[in-house]
Design a protein around this ligand. Sequence first.
Ligand code: ZN
Length: 342
Amino acid sequence: MKKLLPTSTAGSLPKPSWIAEPEKLWSPWKLEGEALQQAKRDALLLSLIEQEAAGIDIVSDGEQTRQHFVTTFIEHLTGVDFEKRETVRIRDRYDASVPTVFDAVSRERPVFVEDAKFLRKHTKKPIKWALPGPMTMIDTLYDDYYKSREKLAWEFAKILNQEAKELEAAGVDIIQFDEPAFNVFFDEVNDWGIATLERAIEGLKCETAVHICYGYGIKANTDWKKTLGSEWRQYEESFPKLQQSKIDIISLECQNSHVPMDLIELIRGKKVMVGAIDVATNQIETAEEVAETLRRALQFVDADKLYPSTNCGMTPLSRTVANGKLRALSAGAEIVRQELTQ
Ligand SMILES: [Zn+2]
């Protein structure tokens, strides 16, 4: 029988201090050339060992080989000029200097496939691999070529599909698309956001997930959250159509957030990665706190479809805190697993 409540993380894990400055988002690499390539592999292996030691059931690369969850993927594509930068509003929330699309975008070589093969070789556990979603990719660029968010999203969806198929062939069990933009651009989500996501998973036999969150615990995000009121109902906009979509798993944040838990009812039938770990605080949850969040979620999701997880990535946290949180996640899931099988 399949293990109930398999645990995983929503995304990134902290990097060791010898490869990038710790507790900092998008921290630049400390090494270069061959030394950096070797160090990335070492960091990936270490992240795997720490996840396994903490009892995480579905493991990942901890995003150890990427500086940024979107731009590292885009850096490998043609048609984007990283020298030519423009300032744009990201997620309608904060300004950032981003690269420019100046020509047709294409993927001339695999991006993460070698990393995935490396991870596969070192673990027997199921692997989940995160890729940026099409809408979040276009929201992190200045488009001087297609002049249409939708057109560029369809191009990225095709490219993501090529990468996803090779990741699947490399032995990845679940491919996750990160779409924080789904919590912001509701009309676009329903017009073409979910459709482009389905294009990205076309023909895949492995499981697929979409991660929709309120972001890392950075100031621009915590300031934004303060404007959202006492009930965060953003998921209400995308969930009905996602419930009808071909995506298998939906990843959302719950711990310490103002998301009304009953919104999960809107995706009944889907597997749900419930964020039971807050990534915006250094306070490590107790196992009982995690268990309580999972018990509440169980009112709206069947036990065999509940995947305990983190709210988002943990890159900006210290390794000690992140490891503590991984252990709390495992311990909390185990409490509820025992209750379910009694
Ligand atoms: Zn996230």
